[in-house]
Design a protein around this ligand. Structure first.
Ligand code: SF4
Length: 247
């Protein structure tokens, strides 16, 4: 059965999560981040089919959850186009990002999804919240550290965290990141492929204990803006290793 629900507290969001049938795929947040401390936020939970995420259960959190130190905050892909209209409709739209993550709420959410195959992504500072992220991963909610700098991706990976990395828009081949494989998200390589099809029931992003980094070539209407912003980080990476950019 298709449904969508909006809630205004982490407690109600967790209650809604507990209603999802065991073993279902749940991708938390196609926009927004892990809950921020001391800010009003709202959540959407739905299983309506959507583009690259397919029929998996998915959610969205108000932009008030996004951390101030997110590198791409001013040009976030979700702040334009149709997704931004729905995101704005959730309310609690702040001009500036939040200062602290509500780690207790994160752990409550992780517990409420332990019966699911669940995953999400975060731009919260992984060094500051490493213990929370590791604990949430152990509880069954895989929280990927979202990175745009390959050097930072390698550091987060070596700190024991699952990592995703934004790469040049033209990147199509797997990467070798100081010996760590970087595999391109298959939904960005193959038309019609969604998270439902990924990893034979164990989507790559949902694997907390994995030996590779998931790579997202910059894509969508903000691909060029994102790439302009992060290109210097990649150029530094290539030059420090004597590598050439992909053609
Ligand atoms: S790697 Fe797989 S799970 Fe992750 S976003 Fe791409 S299709 Fe979805």
């Amino acid at each position: 059965m298709r449904f969508s629900t909006h809630v205004a507290s982490v407690e109600d969001f967790c209650l809604a999560l507990l209603q999802i049938p065991a073993g279902s795929l749940f991708r938390h947040n196609d926009a927004g981040d892990l809950p921020a401390l001391g800010r009003p936020q709202r959540w959407l939970l739905t299983n309506r089919e959507q583009g690259k995420t397919g029929k998996s259960y998915r959610s969205r959190t108000s932009r008030g959850s996004c951390p101030a130190d997110c590198l791409i905050y001013p040009i976030c892909y979700a702040s334009v186009g149709p997704i931004s209209w729905h995101w704005k409709a959730l309310g609690k739209w702040f001009k500036r990002g939040a200062k602290a993550m509500d780690w207790r709420a994160v752990l409550e959410m992780a517990k409420a999804t332990s019966h699911l195959v669940s995953w999400t992504y975060t731009h919260w500072d992984w060094r500051r919240y490493r213990k929370t992220l590791l604990r949430a991963n152990a509880l069954g909610m895989t929280i990927n550290v979202s990175t745009e700098d390959p050097a930072e991706a390698v550091k987060a990976f070596r700190a024991g965290l699952p990592v995703t990395l934004v790469a040049p828009p033209t990147q199509r081949r797997p990467l070798d990141l100081d010996g760590i494989p970087g595999y391109i998200c298959p939904a960005l390589l193959q038309e019609g492929f969604t998270c439902d099809d990924c990893g034979n029931g164990s989507p790559l992003c949902a694997r907390a204990d994995r030996h590779f980094i998931v790579v997202f070539p910059a894509h969508g209407s903000r691909a060029n803006k994102v790439w302009s912003l992060i290109k210097p980080l990649w150029e530094h990476w290539w030059s420090s290793r004597g590598e050439q950019p992909p053609c």
